[in-house]
Structure formats: C-alpha cells, structure tokens
Ligand binder design. Sequence first.
Ligand SMILES: Cc1cc2nc3c(=O)[nH]c(=O)nc-3n(C[C@H](O)[C@H](O)[C@H](O)COP(=O)(O)OP(=O)(O)OC[C@H]3O[C@@H](n4cnc5c(N)ncnc54)[C@H](O)[C@@H]3O)c2cc1C
Ligand code: FES
Ligand code: FES
Length: 1409
Amino acid sequence: MKQQQKLVFGVNGEKIELSNIDPATTLLEFLRTRTPYKGAKLGCGEGGCGACVVLISKYDPTTKDIEEFTVSSCLTLLCSLNHCSVTTSEGLGNQRDGFHSIHQRIAGFHASQCGFCTPGMCISLYSSLSKANKSSRPEPPAGFSKLTVSEAERAIAGNLCRCTGYRPIIDTCKSFCRDVEMEDLGLNSFCKKGETLNICKLPPYDPYSVCTFPEFLKNEIIPSDESSERKLNLVYKNGWDEVEHGYWITPSSVEELMNIMRSEEVENGKRVKLVAGNTSAGFYKNQENYQKYIDIRHIPELLIIKRDTEGIEIGACVTISKVIEAMEEEISTSVEPNLVFKKIVKHLNMVASNFIQNMASLGGNLIMAQRNEFPSDIVTILLGASSSIKIQTPTETRFLTLEEFLERPPCDPQTLLVSVRIPSWNRTHSLSKTEDQTEVYPVSETICSGEPKSMTELFFETYRAAPYPMGGALAYVNAAFFAEVMADEFTGELVLGHLSLAFGAYGTKRAIRAKKAEEYLKGKSVSPTVLLEAIQILRLSVVSKEATPKADYRSSLAVGFLFDFLSPLFENFARSNKRLCVEGPNNEKNSINGHVNSASRINSSDNGFSGRNGDEKKPTSVLISKQLVEIHNDYHPVGYPAKKVAAELQASGEAVYVDDIPSPKDCLHGAFVYSRKPFARIKHIEVDSVLTSPRVISFVSVKDIPKGGENISVGTQFGDEPVFADGLTEFAGQPLGVLIAETWRCAKIGADQVKVHYDTKDMEPPILSIEEAVERSSFFEIPPVLTPKQVGDFSKGMAEADHKIISSKVETGSQYYFYMETQTALAIPDEDNCITVYVSCQLDEYAQVAIAKFLGIPQHNVRIITRRVGGGFGGKALRAIQVAAACAIAAYKLRRPVRMYLDRQTDMIITGGRHPMKIVYTVGFKANGKITALHVDCFLDAGYSIDFSPLLSHTFVTSLKKYNYGCLSLNIKLCKTNFPSKSAMRAPGEVQGTFLAETIIEHVASILSMDANSIRKKNLHNFESLKLFYGASAGDNFGYTLPLTLEKLDSSLRLNKKPEEIREFNNINRWRKRGMSLVPITYEVTVRPTPGKVSILNDGSIVVEVGGIELGQGLWTKVKQMTAFALGRLWEEGKEELMERVRIVQIDTISMAQSGLTGGSTTSESSCEAARVACDVLVERLSPVKLNMMEKTNGVSWDALVSQAYLESVNMSASVYWVPDSSSKQYLNFGAAASEVEINLLTGATTILQTDIIYDCGKSLNPAVDLGQIEGAFVQGIGFFVLEEHVVNSDGMVTSDGTWTYKIPNVDTIPKQFNIEILSSGHHENRVLSSKASGEPPLLLAVSVHCAIREAIKEARKELRSYNNSSNEKCSSTSAMFRMDTPATMDVVKQLCGLDNVERYLQSLVDLP
Ligand SMILES: Cc1cc2nc3c(=O)[nH]c(=O)nc-3n(C[C@H](O)[C@H](O)[C@H](O)COP(=O)(O)OP(=O)(O)OC[C@H]3O[C@@H](n4cnc5c(N)ncnc54)[C@H](O)[C@@H]3O)c2cc1C
Ligand code: FES
Ligand code: FES
C-alpha cells in the first residue's frame, strides 16, 4: 500500500496539513481547539442536537462533481476527512466578508435567541438549499431556491433549539422556498410597519456565493492515481513519545483488509477498530482507545449498489442517505410498483437525522445491533423483508439470512460485513423452500401464472413508535410485517399465506420474528377471534428483558401494530363486497380486483399509525402560524420590533461564548470526578494511577482549599452548599474534585478512571423519595416571610360545599434545563492573588462572593465576567457557580489558566433541575361548580441542599391562586433528599401551581359531569376577589385583563366551530380522539433593584453596562432601544442613529457592583429602567450645553454636542442603582391559551393540532423579543407537560443523561398551527414604560396541552366503555375520572386509554351476538 503520511483537507477555504494527530480526535475537537472557527458548538457529543453540524464537500476528479453533505462534527473522526473540505457557518459568511443571506434572514425573522444552536441550524439549511438547487427541478423565480416549503421544515429536523420554539427558524427556512406564500411568514424586521413582505425586501439569496470546495484541494487529488492517493497510512507520535505506525489505514480491497486482520500485530492483540461513519460513538460513548483504526469506506465491495429483478444488494459501507437515494431511484425507474422498497425508504427517513444519515452506514447499524444489542430500526425492517447478508472473515466468506446472522454469537472484530441483500418483492412471489422446509428467498415465479384458484396480494408495513414522530428518537418498539394474502375468487374469503412478523427495540437482545404468531395465523382467515388469539400468542413472544422501562407499554404497542396491520382484513372485508385491496405508498390504492375499498398503510407523521375509520382531516405536516402584535410609537425606538443585537454574529458562529474565548497560554482543562453513591462516607479517592499519565496534571479537591477559604459554592440567604464533597457524599453525582489535564479529552478520560471507595457502614439509608423524607421528617425550613398566607376560613368554606373531594393526589416530575451550552468557565489567575473568571452564569454577583469565600480572598480580588450565556433558564444561576469555583481553585492552585466545559452527561447528572412535587388536595364545591374551599398539602423535593427552594413555597401559591377558591389553606414542606439540589427553573413553582389549579378544575368538572371550561369561568376572579387573594400585586381594575382575554379567545374558538368539529371527529374515529382546552394564567413577578451605567465616548458612541446578563432573552436589544429613547431627548431626529451608536457590554463584577440575579422575567425591564435613569442624568448634564450651543446655532448635531461637552469637561459617564418603588415592585401578568390535540389510542402519541395564545405584554418594549419569549417558553412548557422525563436509578443517579433518553421538544412536536396575539393593554402607570414581563409566564400556558390531552383521553375511555365487555367491569381504566401527572408521555396516555384497548375491542366483536 502506498504510504501517505499527511492528512490534507480544507476548512473554510484554508488548507490544513497534519502529519501527527491523535486518531481519536473528532472534527469538532480539532475545529474548536486548533482553528479560529468556533461556529460548530458542542451541545451533546452524541449526534443528537445538531449544534456541531458542519458541511463536508468532496470532489470527484473524474466527473468534477462536488458532493456536499452535513455531518455532526462531534462524531466525525478527523482522519476520515482526507481531501475533504469543511465549511462551518463562518465559512458561509461572516462580519468581515459579509454575512450570508441565511444569517441575515435568521436575524431578520428573530430566529436566534441565545444563539447557541444557530450556526448548526444555518448549516443544515444551507445544505438543504444546496441539495435542492442541484436537483433537476425547474428553475425557481428569481431570489428563491428550488427548496419546497415542506422540505424547508425538514431541513432543521435534527437540530434542537431550547429557546425559540422553532417557529421563527422555520419561517427563515421557508423564506427561501419557491412555493412559499410570503404573507404566511411571521413577524420580521424586513418590512416597516404597514408594509407587506415581498422577495425584494429580503436579503438576496445567491446560490453560488459560497465556494465550498477550494481549488487548491482539487489539485491535491490526482485523478489517475485517485484510489491510492486517497489512502492514508498515518503515523502518530503521542504525548508519551510512543510511536504508532499506521494507526489510520485505508485499505482498498477486502483482501487487503483481511491481510491486515491476519497480520501479526492484530493476531497478537493490537486493539483494532473498523471505522465506517463512526456514528456509533454517539451511542457507545465511553469507547476504549484503539491502536489501529481501519477506515473501510474506500473498499469498493463495501460500496456497491447492485440492482436486479430479485432485489438490491447494498454494500455495508453505503450510508443511510445513499441507501435511501438508491432505493428511491429504483422505485422511480422500476416498472412495477415496489411497495416494500417504498416502505423501507419511508422508515429509513425516520432513522436519525440527516446529518447522521449522511455518515451512518447500513453495515455499521447491523453490526451494532448484532454485536451490542443496539435497538436498531434497520435490522427490524430488513428482517421483516426477509433480507440476507454476506460476511467475510480472515478464513471464509458466508451468506446468511439476516435472521441467522442475528442469532449467531456477537461478531468478533475480525468479521467484516460485506453487503446486505433486500428482495424486491415487487411481484407476487411464492416462497422457495430449502430442504428442511424453512422459507428463504422469494423466487420470481408468480403463483398467478397458470390457473389460479385464488388471487394473492402482498402486504408490507413498517412501524415505529417514538417520542419524536418523524424520527430522531429511538423507537420504543419497531416492527415490519410482511403477509401474503389470498382471496378466493369464488368465496371471497381472505386467507393468510406466508407471514413475516418482525419486532425489535422493545428491550430485546435482537430483533425477532414472532414465529408462533406467524404459524398460528398462516392459512387462517383473519377474524376478530383469530386476531385476538394471535395477539395473545404475540404477547408471549414480545417480552422485554428484565428492567426494561415501560415494558407493558411496549408490549401493548406490539399488539397495536399487529392489529393495525391485520384488522383491515376483517374490518373492510365485511364492508367491501368481499374484495381485497391494499393501499400503497403515497396513499395510492392498489387493488387485486380493481376495486378500491380499504386501507392499510404507514403514516409516518403519526408514529406509524393512521386511523382508518373516517380518516378525514389529518394533522398538517407544515407549520401554520400567525402573530398579531401591535407596534406602538409612544416611546420610539422602544416598542419597535428591532432585531436582536448580534443576531447575525450568533448565526455566523462569531459570537463569543465562554468556551469560544481562545485558551490563554498554558491553559489546562478540568473534568469533575463525581460520586456514584447517594449517601456514603468517602473512604479513599484513588487517583494516583491516573496522575501518572503524562497529560494529567493534578487532582483538585477539598484538600486544596487555601487557608482562610471555606468550602462554599452556592450561598443564598437560606443557606449554602459545598463546592466539593468533604468526606461524605450526599447525592449520586456530587462533585468530589476536578481532574486537571492538558486537554479536555484527557481530563474527561482521566476523571472517568478515578476510583472512589465508599463506606456506608452504620449509616442511615439515603432518602430517595418524598415519602421517605416525610417519614423521616427530613425538611428544610421555610422562613416565616415566605410561608404562604391562608385566605379565608377553610372549615367554613367546606361547610358551604355540596360536594367534596378529600385528599386526592397528583404528582409533577422534574425537568432538566437543557440549555444548549452546558456549564462552562475559564479561570485566569492574576497578580496579587487576584483571579478573573469568565463564566456562563446568570448570577455573577453571587459567583464573586462565593469564589472569594472559597479561596479566602477579598471580593475585590475576584472578577467575574459574562458576555453572553448559551441558554440559562435558571440552571445557570446558583448551579453555575460550582463550575466557576472549581475552575477558580484549580487555577489558583496550579497558577495556570484552567477551563471547564461539562459534557452533557455530567451536566445532566450533577445539575439537578425543576422541583418534583407530590400534592394532596381537598376541595369543597357547590353543585354548580363554584369552589368554596381548597386545602393543599404540597411536598417539594428540594434535593440535598436548600438553594432557592424556599422561594417556591411562595411562587407555587401565586399561580395556584388564579382561581377564586373562596378560601385557601396551605401546608408546604420542603423535603431534603439525597438527590442533586433542585434549583429555580423557568417559572419555578408557578408551573406546578398552575398545573394543580387545572387538575382541581378538571376533577370538579368530572365529578359534576360538566365541561371543565365552564368550571374555569365560574371560578375566575373578579377584581375584588383578585385583590383578596393577591393584595397589592393585583394592581388596578383596569390592569386585570384576564376575563377579557379569555372571552376573546373563547369566542374566536366558538366562531370557528371548534367544539363541534372535535365532537364530530370523535364520533367517527375509533383509534384517534381529539380534545381541546382553554386555560387562563396569572403570574406574579417581582422587579428587583439593578445597576446601570451609561458612558458617552469622545466620538459619540455610547457604552452601556447593566446588571442584567444577555441569556438570549433580548435584554441587550431592549436596553439599547431604551438608551436611544432616553438619550434621544437630546437628539430627537436621530434616535435611529443613536441606536446604532449604542453598545451594551459584558457584565464585569468589578465595574458593576450589585448586579444581582438575571432571572424572574423582570431583569430586562429593570435593566432598561436603570439605563434610562442613567441616561436622564446625562441628559440633565448635557441639556445646558445644548441650550448654550442652540443660542449660537440652530441645529446641534450629536457629534457636535458630545465634542463640546468633552471640551467643557462634562462628566460623560453616569452610574445609577435603580430601586423599584416598594409599593409596585410586584405585579401580575395575564394570558390565556387554547390548545387542541389529537391522541392516537394505539400508541399514545399526542399531536398538538393547534394552539392559540393571547398574552398581555402591557406596552411591549420590543414585540419581536416578547413574541420569541412567549413562543419559546410555551414550547419549553410542552416539554414539561408532555415530553421530558427526568429518570433516576435506584441510587438516585440521573439516567436520562443525554439526548438519547431525554427528549426536549423538537420541530415535530410543536403545535401544527401556532397563533399568538400580544395584547397591547395600554397604559400601566407603575410599569417600565407601561410594559409587562414575558420571560416565564407563557410557559404556564402549555398546561392547556395537558388539559386538552385529558379531554381526548376522556373520549377514549368513553369509547372503551362502549365495548361493554366483562373486562370493563373489573377495570377502573374506563372511568371518566382519572389522575394524570406530568409529564403525559406516550406511555402515560396509552395507559390511560387502556393498554389492552385492542383486546377489549376485539373481544367486544367476538361477543357480538
Ligand atoms: C443520533 C443518532 C440517532 C440514531 N437513531 C437511530 C434510529 O432511530 N434507528 C436506528 O436503527 N439507528 C439509529 N442510529 C444508529 C445509526 O444508524 C448507526 O449509528 C449507524 O448506522 C452506524 O454506522 P456507522 O457507519 O457510523 O458505523 P461505525 O460507528 O463506524 O461502526 C459501528 C460498529 O460497527 C463496526 N463496523 C462498521 N462497519 C462494519 C462492517 N462493514 N463490518 C464489520 N464491522 C463494522 C465498527 O467497528 C463499530 O464497532 C442513530 C445514530 C445516532 C448517532
Ligand atoms: S454536539 Fe454534535 S450533535 Fe450535538
Ligand atoms: S437560540 Fe436555539 S438554543 Fe438558544
């Protein structure tokens, strides 16, 4: 093999040559540490978030074609990129060379908040545009691309965003589409007030503006010698000075590969890894280090795609994207319709995201399933289609059925999967038999030839049920069914022939065929009795391994799939004049006998299911949205929807987050070593062997706290918390120390290798539930000032009640912040015992205090700097300080800069999240639904430390009080447990309080058999009762906009006949039900004192510092507008220009004391007010100067004024500390949302069909920013109420610790129609320029989705009751009254609809007289 010792590739047009690189280096690591490009971000390191997506371009010297595709750079090994070109978002455009129109449109459509996800989004969109433009579709009109609107939505399907709620990002994508209706695009900054959007107003799109493959790289590839040139045989000299020869090898034939496998080195146990796309590293994260990587993607046999009449043979290294392409081509060129291929393609499209599919190989997937029990979709669907494979070992070549392959012991590393063969099944086939009569490949004879006694048709369906309906989440169960169905020409009876029923991913070692069910069904005519029996047999085959989560649910899914597949055979047969037909892909119907009667198909938008009975309006796949905002001019430019400050920089990836700050010289990296036990003494931390590694520098722990320092990271008025465990661990995940190494990866690997010895002798068991905490009276104290006040006389209220609910229970789960940027800090030691810490934090003042105490130095020695935060949601308040403190002590000890960036798993394990609650309520109410008394016992799990938890006893109650309960009595307990400390997460306590309020309303409604919405109205406050419950924060009557808001929303729904529509739908659909709910919210906020400083520089530019931190919430933008408004009094006609002259700078605790907390929804307004007051001081100083000047000349320009002021030595800097008036520092926010959902009774999947929100922002400071906050908060609320499960193991260790197991809303789970109105409710005397907050309250509106699901479940249970069979009597699951906790995930919904609903339905048919 020709040796090439250099890796050559391009990054954003620059040539990179490397001859010594660690083979385990990923592209992301290289980009972030060895290039100036920081656009690719680390969000998960698992391929699950899209933050790291970059574009790869490859050049074919023969055809001169350039192939472009996206990859997740966190999984792509750098060495696999020889002769490739890499483009990051900076490469599309940047500040210096001009931004790309994608960047500009992202900014103009207000589609970037914290901006951490944005560069990845831009690359995904760019790649889709580029792909569409290369297609042979007709040329689009000028300014547009060939992309279609539905493709535009899919462009970002694998990219997660925690801030925006996706709608504006989708609008940005759609703005490039040839078929877009411009008026459908949302609020943007391209049109002035009153204008309509047209293409000329958008930043022009030029498909050829980016050169993704530079000329110099083309010259590197010599066509004649291409195959050998592409070969790499790199030599690596590692930090230990050991030289690895040929650590990265690219063989060009199977023979060559086998020779390597037979080589002495390998035989002698050299750790060798075959690498295709390396995406498996996203799932199996802690892979061992290998000594040889063999890149098998250049072996032609593994890249073949061979089609013949029998099927298609696909090389193992063909990527999923290429498999889809090849099969699509086969489908489009084939004369006969190929149902099986079409279904496989449809299913493959749901396997991972585009940027994974582009790297992931078919063979890699099969090997992961065979060797490591990976819950593969691909294996299941190929098994269902009776595929076979070819393998090669150093000694033999073998052909096996896929089933045989799966049944073998796990492949050894020397086994090569060469190819996969999928039969085409495009004609009616009989099945050939081997000698032992097992069915193998189909042969091409048709049994229709000759003189048939029966007509035969083939059915093939694939299924999957997963939290993300369109893919991107592993399936709970997947399945693929193949059936031969014969219809007797004379009797019309339908009989099953050959069957293949494949199931996988249900907690099984490998995908299986349900042989017993197949055997039972074969030769039978499908009837309810037969299907019922088959299902009973199936339940015995599809059995999850012990400890598989949701095992019963998975089993019921399998039943549902089989039912969906086979039930048309009897359901439609009865109605269909005894003719057989199947519905083919694209919903065209194929009928054997030319009749079109029934349907059996996969509907990908609905988790593999479709309702068949009455299947009318289906959820739309393209988002429809409307935004109604009023733009006022009263305080211009305040009130104008100005685009977010630095949005283009965020999009291009140039905006600097903490981890983007270039590492100072000699910078080290830290990784936490954390405890695995919830409550134990730490006997010994075995770190010595790890410290011998040359790149590991030190282990920093409690022992390193300097003299005079205290072990404190989180300190509040309620208590404090240590940085590191000191002799005792109090939760699984508690940091014990930090391992410091030369690189991030070495630190992480080293930290994972540290062994900790525990001792639990004579210790109490840990407290791992609220019940245990109550039993052992383990509580934190709530200060009297925060103890909730009782309202009215509870016993009197109960005495007035006609009905009572006594001690009913409900629970809420936790929620993890899932900011896209994990916790991160960079500490740099300075002279004289000083230290500067850059940290991604919402609470820099506390960080300064804590680090000073920790290091035993004065606070003025500690400088905390935060420019921007990649998402906080409360998780970067107190919880960020621990990371900052750990970094600080390491830097202090080692006298070198130290940085930490937590990997997603560590972040999820140690950071905690929202408080879970167990609540018991007792309610009295009248027969008309009026509640007369409520008593609540609420137990919050606060975790092991007190944090901000006592505040929740107040916030919980403020949102609960949105209804008039007559009287309210409360008993709130903060439980101390051995879990990570729970902290404030967006709308802390309020979201649980509002949920409880709605639970009570629904409960009362169920008992009275009344509509829940009427109970809501009956119990809504009038202004008098509002004052009684809320006191001064109720404000004035004029400001109580809630009744009006509710009425407005309600009448618009009635006007649109929503309730009738839903009733009708439910009447005619058995397996899908809809529900709707209209919910009000009331949310109290507190405005806090904030500092501000405004300085006017010599050239007229303005610098503003405020206490608030830019977290993505648009604080800088609002402050900028406010500064221009306030200083505009000196230059009325130049306010717009003043905006351009303002720069808001990062927070620095040394120059901005008392900065306080950025959180609680009010920091933007208080920062604005602080800036305004500072500007007032300057206006006062400058007005006399201006007046003087005016006496001499007419117009005084800003520049002239500033120059004169400088000449006169006016103090051009004003610093203030704004303190809100105590009588008005708390106020109420109001809003209402109506959500309509559809649930699938076979899978439990929820689709949010429509959400309408009206939210009162007062006079919005910036309607675009507030709209973004409303949408983003609502979608985060969907996560809490429907999707996000925070699971722990028996040690209390968080196990939903990454994107595989923790699902935040993605683009497919937001409402299909999403309409927002920002109510401009006029003048509010005590508010900052009449504005009201928007950051947190709208999150509560997502309770409308939960309530709507409940309505739909009620309908499902009604249906279940109608089956009226004996099992109903025994089971409470048909009752109209039921408890539904949060989150209402698919399995919860299905459970409430009856895990055995299919059996009950069939039994009811069997029981029919
Ligand atoms: C975020 C994400 C989501 C995903 N979602 C899904 C999903 O929903 N459903 C699903 O089915 N899959 C899913 N996958 C799995 C994905 O399909 C596989 O990771 C991928 O196909 C593996 O291919 P690869 O080329 O990257 O393999 P690699 O990672 O390169 O290799 C995987 C393993 O197979 C070995 N290997 C590779 N090729 C061969 C060969 N030809 N012969 C012998 N050994 C070989 C390697 O040594 C390695 O041990 C997902 C993956 C990711 C990262
Ligand atoms: S960081 Fe690579 S996909 Fe999340
Ligand atoms: S803007 Fe998308 S994660 Fe913050």
